[in-house]
Design a protein around this ligand. Structure first.
Ligand SMILES: Nc1ncnc2c1ncn2[C@@H]1O[C@H](COP(=O)(O)OP(=O)(O)O)[C@@H](O)[C@H]1O
Ligand SMILES: N[C@@H](CC(=O)OP(=O)(O)O)C(=O)O
Length: 564
């Protein structure tokens, strides 16, 4: 293992005895960790042997903690992740099983989300339990919906109800507990939503076994997914990669069976409690496993024909984008395209593993392939993303022109308050910025907090808090930014829309962010989509380019631009 991994594992081991028992005692070879300086320490019976230089303990693990070749050695070739939209019923479970079996040449690791809208229902049930009173907790409508869906699925697949009955009973008890306490902490919320993935994977694994395809269910929190303790939005720690690889690899060698892994879940490294990776986090589970095992491909199966040119719920004319770079996909996800989890591209990029977004309802559609580089010759605008209900701050310095340190002061206030910023535009005396909505997902940025931000900023500036704004992000080819801007502003002007803030990144792919009022945002996206993708604009530009005999351009994920 690399020294970096060794040190991270050492840190986990040192600070969390329980993590030692999971990571180390069962897999002593993994945890024979080197530390520089030849220092040794032991904890709870686990000896961390120390050497100088690169550690040499676990033979199966190498390079940055990923188990190079471990996947290949175990026979695994791909990760196949199926989201709730692919698993909404017994019929869908049959379809997905059939889909997996239709690739006999692959040995997949399967990652599943909760069935249909189960996560939403669990969250709603939890919220209702807080205020309904203990006697009424059993009558919460969402609990009944969850029970009905899972028991009916079990029945229709011809499985034994004992697979989920224990979970359903415990879920009811948990809701009664919440009702009694009149409180739903973030930790309890994570535990509550984990029931969805725990049940879907058990049902699916049992069904594959019934079909004669040997499968083994794993709860990610027992498989080695070690995370921060940021309940509802936890980050995966490096120790996860070797732990997951070692476990999947070892089990396969002992007794080959297709792993069916719960998406979205992990285990907090200090608390040892169940954590979740943020909404849509099963995509991240899939890419983490892909990197851990060094697999050939990560497949993310959805209910759309890949990543589309815009959200199909906003505009039905959206079409699939055949190729994306990891950076483009990350940008799309971060700026609001619900189709991928914002952090999910990171492990794939680090492991250099292509991600394929496919449609489980239309398996022959080519989907979207996401890789490190792609041919940008014909690319102008890739996709339009809308993020609504954004808060924007307009901050005008009360000091005189030319005073330094204003930006530093403003950002130090955000740092002190633990609020991160999304897009920024500055002038000599003013800053306009939008607040990072991931903050909203993880811990509601409530009005009180916003008022506090304004109060602090008002000590050095005049502040306008502007709510109900939207960010429209234009993700495209950095080499064509002027063309994109020209076209976009033409469209907006024709539609009578005044842009309130603009920000454009300087490198890699273009991300032009335009802030407009919530009320006009959808209409803007539709008009922009229609202008860029539907009226022959791209082929017109292509023809013009051909006439000029443009050279091919490759933009790589690390920002390098190679022309020839
Ligand atoms: N640019 C986009 N491309 C594709 N789908 C998008 C886009 N923006 C939003 N979506 C929405 O994302 C949904 C798929 O993501 P998600 O619901 O997380 O799937 P799953 O639950 O199967 O993982 C689509 O049904 C679509 O409504
Ligand atoms: N079930 C979780 C995790 C997830 O990834 O779901 P999906 O793949 O259905 O988006 C959620 O709804 O957030």
């Amino acid at each position: 293992i690399s020294m970096a991994t060794a040190l991270r594992l050492a840190a986990v081991a040192r600070d969390s005895p329980a993590a030692v028992s999971k990571l180390g005692r069962e897999r002593a070879s993994l945890c024979a960790i080197a530390r520089p300086g030849g220092q040794c320490f032991a904890r709870r019976g686990l000896v961390l042997r120390c050497q100088s230089g690169a550690a040499a303990a676990a033979a199966t693990i190498s390079k940055g903690g990923a188990a190079d070749g471990a996947g290949a050695a175990a026979g695994f070739t791909v990760v196949m992740k199926f989201g709730g939209s692919s698993l909404a019923s017994a019929a869908r479970m049959r379809e997905v099983a059939d889909l997996i079996l239709s690739f006999p040449e692959e040995t997949p690791v399967v990652v599943l989300s909760a069935m249909g809208k189960t996560t939403n229902n669990l969250l709603l049930a939890g919220e209702k339990a807080v205020s309904c009173g203990a006697p009424k907790a059993s009558e919460i409508n969402e609990l009944a919906v969850i029970k009905k869906l899972h028991l009916r699925t079990i029945d229709e697949l011809g499985l034994d109800s004992s697979i989920v009955s224990g979970f359903l009973d415990e879920l009811e008890q948990l809701l009664k507990g919440v009702a009694m306490m009149k409180e739903l902490t973030l930790r309890t919320r994570d535990y509550l939503v984990s029931f969805g993935e725990c049940m879907s994977t058990r049902i699916f694994s049992a069904y594959l076994n019934k079909l004669g395809k040997k499968a083994r269910q794993y709860d990610a929190f027992d498989l080695g997914f070690i995370t921060t303790d940021d309940f509802t939005n936890a980050d995966i720690l490096e120790a996860t990669y070797p732990a997951v690889a070692k476990r999947l690899h070892g089990d396969w060698i002992d007794d080959p069976a297709i792993p069916i892994v719960t998406g979205f879940l992990g285990k907090g490294w200090k608390s040892c409690a169940v954590t979740t990776l943020g909404r849509g986090g099963s995509d991240l589970t899939a890419t983490t496993i892909g990197k851990a095992l060094g697999l050939r491909e990560i497949q993310v199966w959805k209910d759309v024909d890949g990543v589309l040119t815009c959200d199909p719920n906003i505009y039905a004319n959206a079409v699939p984008v055949p190729y994306l770079t990891f950076d483009e996909a990350a940008e799309l996800a971060y700026f609001g395209a619900q189709v991928l989890h914002p952090q999910s591209m990171r492990p794939a990029r680090e492991g250099g593993i292509p991600v394929r977004v496919k449609n489980s309802y239309n398996r022959h559609a080519p989907g979207t392939v996401i890789t490190k580089t792609r041919d940008m010759r014909k690319s102008i605008l890739t996709s339009i993303v809308l993020k609504s209900n954004i808060t924007m701050l307009d901050i005008v310095s009360t000091r005189m022109l030319g005073q330094y340190g204003f930006l530093a002061k403003v950002f130090s206030i955000f740092e002190d308050l633990g609020i991160s910023v999304d897009s920024v535009a500055t002038s000599e005396v003013s800053i306009s910025l939008t607040l990072d909505p991931s903050k909203l997902w993880s811990r509601e940025l409530i009005q009180q907090e916003l008022d506090h931000v304004v109060e602090e900023l008002e000590k050095i500036a005049v502040v306008h808090l502007l709510q109900h704004r939207s960010i429209i992000s234009l993700i495209g080819n950095v080499q064509r930014s002027s063309l994109i801007l020209e076209k976009a502003f033409n469209v907006l002007r024709r539609n009578g829309v005044n842009v309130q803030m603009i920000s454009q990144g300087a490198s890699k792919q273009v991300n032009i962010s335009l802030v407009v009022n919530d009320s006009e945002a959808k209409q803007c996206v539709q008009a922009l989509h229609s202008a860029f993708f539907e009226n022959g604009f791209l082929s017109e530009v292509e023809e013009a380019d051909l006439a000029q005999n443009m050279a091919p351009v490759l933009v790589s994920s690390n920002g390098a631009i190679n022309g020839n």
